[in-house]
Every structure is written in structure tokens, then in C-alpha cells.
Design a protein around this ligand. Structure first.
Ligand SMILES: C[S@@+](CC[C@H](N)C(=O)[O-])C[C@H]1O[C@@H](n2cnc3c(N)ncnc32)[C@H](O)[C@@H]1O
Length: 240
């Protein structure tokens, strides 16, 4: 670790900021298309939220008290924008680390006239720890998180007991954590970890998976999985 990083890590810890060392993503520097760059430049001030802002007051951000749905790792944001458009009575917040995805999401939201959506370009683990108040989310959705296929990489999977506990804290009582994956082993691990986590009830009648909910639009990764003949597992747990 370089001295510079070490110093900033120490500083951050002293300031009480949450810092993690094993991450669920590899930062890709992918180039922005012109449309993504223009969207970020023109609309970030309306739609962007930052880690530096700290604890966020969603009533102030959205100008209303509507329930808040948080999506982690929205990719290019197409399904998130579609959901926000279909449900103007809810507020949506997306978190994604991939800058071109954030640009694409903002561009599509503007094209669709969606106003009930804000986005972070940051690691969701740090946003959960530093920016989201406890007991404030109606739904947390995690669709097709990176599966990290190899066993030696499973520690990079975002769904871990500590992540589940962070989600539990941020959900309102009665709020729902909705996961979907096309990787069977990850689906099994998700259910196993959720079963062991305190404070959640499985919404599945069979105590494992739920039927694909109608309000979840087909995501890019799901479409790809379908072409490859993968199954899809939806998992929903409610906070007690
Ligand atoms: C396999 S993609 C799925 C994207 C989208 N949900 C879909 O179904 O098309 C997983 C996404 O999660 C993002 N991601 C992974 N870890 C993250 C984290 N800790 N915080 C925010 N985004 C993350 C990645 O950048 C990637 O875009």
C-alpha cells in the first residue's frame, strides 16, 4: 500500500468514514460515449448525489415524502429508468460505480422524462454506511450482481453477512430486499446467508425463491442470460 493511500485511509477512518478493502467490482475505465458525457455534464447537477454530501434527506432531495426504492449496481440503468417511469408514486435512487453506466442512465431518464430518480457514482457499500439513514428505505433491489464464479473470488461477492446487515438497518420495518441472479450457486448462497441473518422473513411460499415479479423489467444481463439458456432466481426477504 502506498504511503499516500495509507494516509488517506487513516484520515478517512479518523473521520469515521467506512472504508472497505475487498471490493465487489473492478473499476473499468470504459470510455464515455458523447451522449453519456453530455448527459453527465448537463444533468448531473439535477440528478447526481455524492458521497461527500454525507447523510442524505430524501424528503428534501425529492421534494416529497414518497417511499424510496434503492437499486445497487444498476449497470446502464435501463430497467431502473423503466421502473421509475412506471411508478411515479415512488422515489428511486440508483448506485453504480461504472461511469458510462451512470451517464447512460441519466441520458435515458431525461429522454423518458423521468423525474423521480437520483443516482450515485460510487461504491454502494460506502454509500450505505455514510449516506443513507437507518429505517428509511421501502425496497432495496440488487439485480444480477457480479457472480464472481470462482470459489477463490467468492469473498468479492457483494452479498455477504455484513452487507445483509447493512441492508437490514437501512430498510424500514416491512421493507423488502429483492435480489435476482442467473447464477444458481450465487442464488443458493444468497438464500443461505439470508436464512441465517436475523430480522428477515422469506416472502417465498417454499422458503427459497419467488416467481419473477411483473414489475421487474428485463435487464441487459438477464437478456444475455436468457440467450445463453440460464435460469433466473428471484429472492425477496422482508424486514421484520
Ligand atoms: C453484472 S452487472 C448487472 C447490471 C444490471 N443490474 C443488469 O442487470 O443489467 C453488475 C453491476 O454492479 C456494479 N457494481 C458492482 N459492485 C458495486 C458496488 N459495490 N457499488 C456499486 N455498483 C457496483 C457493476 O459496476 C456492474 O455494473
Amino acid at each position: 500500500m502506498s504511503e499516500r493511500t495509507h494516509k488517506s485511509l487513516e484520515q478517512a477512518k479518523q473521520e469515521g468514514k467506512y472504508i472497505r478493502t475487498v471490493r465487489s467490482f473492478v473499476k473499468r475505465e470504459g470510455r464515455l460515449t458523447k451522449g453519456q458525457a453530455v448527459a453527465l455534464e448537463s444533468h448531473w447537477h439535477e440528478m447526481g448525489l455524492t458521497h461527500e454530501q454525507g447523510l442524505v434527506d430524501f424528503t428534501q432531495v425529492f421534494g416529497n415524502d414518497n417511499p424510496v426504492v434503492l437499486e445497487i449496481g444498476f449497470g446502464m440503468g435501463k430497467s431502473l429508468v423503466e421502473m421509475a417511469k412506471q411508478a411515479p408514486e415512488l422515489n428511486f435512487v440508483g448506485i453504480e460505480v461504472h461511469r458510462p453506466g451512470v451517464g447512460a442512465c441519466i441520458a435515458f431518464a431525461k429522454e423518458q422524462g423521468v423525474e423521480n430518480l437520483r443516482v450515485y457514482e460510487h461504491d454502494a457499500i460506502e454509500i450505505l454506511a455514510d449516506c443513507i439513514a437507518d429505517d428509511c428505505l421501502q425496497t432495496v433491489q440488487l439485480f444480477f450482481p457480479d457472480p464472481w464464479h470462482k470459489k477463490k473470488h467468492h469473498k468479492r461477492r457483494i452479498v455477504q453477512p455484513s452487507f445483509i446487515e447493512a441492508i437490514r438497518k437501512k430498510l424500514k420495518p416491512g421493507g423488502v430486499f429483492h435480489m435476482a441472479t442467473d447464477w444458481e450457486n450465487y442464488a443458493e448462497c444468497m438464500v443461505e446467508d439470508m436464512q441465517q441473518a436475523p430480522g428477515f422473513v422469506n416472502l417465498s411460499e417454499t422458503n427459497d425463491y419467488v416467481p419473477r415479479p411483473d414489475n421487474r423489467p428485463l435487464t441487459k444481463f438477464e437478456q444475455r442470460g436468457q440467450r445463453l439458456g440460464h435460469g433466473v432466481w428471484d429472492i425477496q426477504y422482508q424486514k421484520q
